[in-house]
Design a protein around this ligand. Structure first.
Ligand code: NDP
Length: 293
């Protein structure tokens, strides 16, 4: 084949989808997984199952990792350090920015280059037009393998700091996980009042879809967060804080968990205490963000 060989280690739902995408494009793909049976279907489709992580690493200049976390990387590659030299490890696993930077140093200590990636799609989206992937780490290593990586999803290269792709991935998961907890909490409120989740959840999810319009468009809150100027003509922090208190009160009345509404109310209480009552709801950013340098 004219296309470069790719090694992929970690055959969870994401890794499997990536292997299929790479095979479909014509890349020779070598795989390894802790539980070897997860490779069976992929081998039938053309992947080569390596007997050991070292054999998998030795098969390609670029080694993709799709593992639960970065600790798993050490478990898998710790016995393959002899063959790491000169290779690019593209770790598409989730972890903290700090763990990612430490892994980049570990790879460098073994003569390898680590590029970190945060995949912004669930497994069925891998390789589709909707998928994009944050990358950061040494640019030359990223560019050398960009064509193969672009098959998985549109690459968004962010810069040399390997922690940066991970941080933006976690920031996106922050939105996603908070929204999912919000939907689950809202469904619990509705259910406690006799409205079944099957009826209410579609309406709750529609609220997520309509949220950008409700805050004035996707470009509206950014400038307020960035400048610290929070003009409060529409949804004031006072009004939204009162509403947050009502969500907490409803939760208490119905016996639904209060941890999430308490956290949200605290943003508004502290913004009001800091004098932002007449400002826009965006003023909660002032009590959430890290102190300005
Ligand atoms: P999982 O997290 O369920 O598992 C991934 C793989 O990690 C499996 O192959 C598993 O091996 C392996 N693994 C875990 N711990 C170890 C270890 N200590 N030693 C060796 N192998 C280990 O898979 P996903 O495919 O869901 O996710 C992979 C990564 O992609 C995660 O970091 C996730 O956060 C991220 N991600 C997931 C998305 C999703 O929708 N699923 C979307 C975007 C990103 P084994 O088969 O033997 O258990």
């Amino acid at each position: 084949s004219a296309l470069t060989p790719v090694t992929l280690i970690g055959l969870g739902p994401m890794g499997q989808a990536m292997v299929r995408t790479l095979l479909a494009a014509g890349h020779p793909v070598t795989v390894w997984n802790r539980t070897p049976s997860r490779a069976d279907a992929l081998v039938a489709e053309g992947a080569v199952l390596a007997a050991t992580p070292a054999e998998a690493v030795a098969a390609s200049d670029v080694v993709l990792l799709s593992l639960t976390d970065y600790a798993a990387m050490y478990d898998v590659l710790g016995g393959a350090t002899d063959v790491l030299r000169g290779r690019t490890v593209v770790n598409l696993s989730s972890d903290t920015p700090g763990a990612t930077r430490a892994a980049a140093r570990w790879a460098a200590d073994h003569g390898a280059t680590l590029v970190a990636g945060g995949v912004m799609t669930p497994a069925p989206g891998v390789g589709t037009a909707d998928a994009y992937v944050y990358y950061s780490g040494p640019e030359a290593a990223f560019r050398a393998h960009e064509a193969a990586l672009a098959l998985l999803g549109a690459p968004r290269y962010l810069g040399e700091d390997p922690g940066l792709a991970q941080l933006l991935y976690q920031a996106q998961l922050d939105v996603f996980l908070t929204a999912l907890s919000g939907v689950a909490h809202a469904a619990a409120l509705a259910q406690a009042a006799g409205v079944p989740p099957t009826r209410f959840v579609p309406e709750a999810l529609r609220t997520l879809v309509e949220t950008p319009a409700m805050v004035g468009g996707v470009d509206a809150p950014g400038p307020a967060f960035e400048t610290g100027v929070h003009p409060g003509h529409l949804s004031t922090a006072t009004m939204m804080g009162a509403t947050a208190a009502h969500v907490l009160g409803a939760s208490e009345e119905l016996g639904v968990d209060t941890a999430l509404p308490r956290a949200i109310l605290s943003h508004y209480e502290r913004a009001l205490a800091a004098g932002h009552g007449r400002d826009s709801w965006t003023a909660i950013f002032e009590v959430i963000r890290a102190p300005r340098a």
